[in-house]
Design a protein around this ligand. Structure first.
Ligand SMILES: *Cc1c(COP(=O)(O)O)cnc(C)c1O
Length: 409
């Protein structure tokens, strides 16, 4: 891993060798998230736009020189990343935005954005010789980790809150995970999982704790810029829970800027659900501190009262001149309907929240129609069909006769 110069604490700036620490800055305990620092001069000799144009590996591994993995490490056989970027003209017309793009990350193998991080997580676990990998999750990180672990023959132990949607729990069980369901919130499941990794020989794939996960998440930013022919968009909208995705996108964009692949940073817009919006509040108050709350939203994947990656999540928005915005559950349901009807993309509630945020800023007159905008759809709607039916209402029921059908039509 000569492409890595070190791991740097986001709080105090202390730097460590990758083999010196496993997860967080020893001076700051669980709060001291480490950021991977790269040698861009070296990477620039290994990764060029021309080389990428000839690279037929359409997965996150096409960017391997920019990832924290050994060159010869075994990689999961599933196809991770290189999800489609759609230019959605009909949906764009609804909002008066001719240059609107959706990146559908529900198209990953376990149907969410989390596969990008889990893929890197399982490679690290194998490199370090672990047999078991663990995480706590509201659902998608869990089902993703269970799937990726199964793909490489690792055991997985997964902590989920009791309220996790059934489809996500079904994924865990099918992928053979040991599922530990917590009578409590995601935040409590997270804390218990961290404690468990201190006692058992399990590798932790916890968000904002394991320094390598956001490196997997950044690949979405690398891809979308490449898919736009290295013309960075003006703004990127994404839903935010712990803040690991938005922090990862920021990292990917900074990587590309450092390599000279793009010439400016897009503005990052983080979208939270109103009932779970501690980052919106911190951003409005200009603070880096969070007031933890008990989350309440139907968007379970962003139902997070204490965002673990708050520091990166707030800096990502501040340093790109972006913003945070909160949307109601009603606005999320409306976004699900619009995405389905105008773009045929089926999103789970958290997957549609980014688009709901865009619709809100358009309604407030804060978006210039000429802007090129990318909205990330982070999870597939089949993961939470109850919410989908809540968005749409029930189908019509009739007797199987033409007479009855005529009455209905
Ligand atoms: C995890 C997740 C998010 C939020 O990502 P964070 O890194 O927690 O901010 C958004 N949407 C979906 C579908 C997710 O699974």
């Amino acid at each position: 891993m000569d492409q890595i110069l070190g791991l740097k604490c986001v709080l105090c700036g202390a730097e460590y060798e990758p083999d010196e620490v496993l997860y967080v800055c020893p001076r700051h305990g669980d709060e001291g998230i480490l950021d991977v620092v790269y040698d861009y001069d070296l990477i620039g000799t290994r990764l060029t736009k021309e080389e990428l144009a000839d690279n037929h590996d359409y997965s996150i591994w096409r960017y391997a020189p920019l990832l924290p993995v050994e060159e010869d490490s075994p990689r999961p056989p599933l196809q991770i990343g290189w999800t489609p970027l759609y230019h959605v003209e009909r949906l764009g017309e609804k909002l008066g935005l001719p240059h609107l793009y959706l990146k559908d990350d529900g198209r990953n193998p376990t149907a969410s954005f989390k596969d990008r991080a889990s893929a890197v997580g399982v490679v690290k676990a194998l490199e370090l010789g672990y047999k078991t990998i663990t995480c706590a999750s509201t659902g998608n990180a869990a089902s993703s980790l269970a799937g990726l672990a199964a793909s490489v023959g690792l055991n997985s132990v997964i902590f989920v809150p009791e309220r996790a949607p059934q489809a996500k729990v079904a994924q865990l069980l099918i992928f053979g995970a040991r599922v530990i369901m917590i009578r409590g919130t995601y935040d409590q499941a997270f804390d218990l999982c961290l404690e468990a990794t201190r006692e058992y020989p399990w590798y932790s794939r916890n968000t904002a704790y394991n320094p390598y996960l956001s490196e997997g998440k950044k690949t979405a930013a690398l891809e979308l810029c490449e898919q736009l022919d290295w013309q960075a968009p003006d703004r990127i909208f994404v839903s935010v829970g712990d803040g690991c995705i938005i922090g990862g996108l920021w990292k990917g964009l900074k990587d590309l800027l450092a390599l000279g692949f793009i010439d400016r940073l897009p503005r990052l817009v983080g979208v939270q659900a109103e009932g779970s919006a501690p980052l919106v509040r911190a951003w409005e108050e200009g603070s880096e501190e969070i007031v933890p709350l008990v989350p309440d939203t139907l968007a379970d994947s962003i139902s997070v009262g204490q965002p673990r990656d708050r520091v990166k999540a707030l800096r990502a928005v501040r340093e790109t001149g972006g913003q945070y915005v909160a949307v109601s559950d009603e606005e999320i349901l409306e976004a699900m309907r619009l995405l389905g009807r105008e773009a045929a993309v089926f999103a789970e509630p958290a997957g549609a929240a980014g688009f709901a945020g865009l619709a809100k800023l358009v309604a407030r007159g804060e978006i210039d129609p000429e802007e090129r905008i990318v909205v990330l759809v982070t999870g597939n709607g089949l993961k939470d069909v109850d919410s989908a039916i809540r968005a749409t209402g029930q189908p019509e029921l009739t007797e199987p006769s033409m007479a009855a059908l005529r009455r209905l039509i």
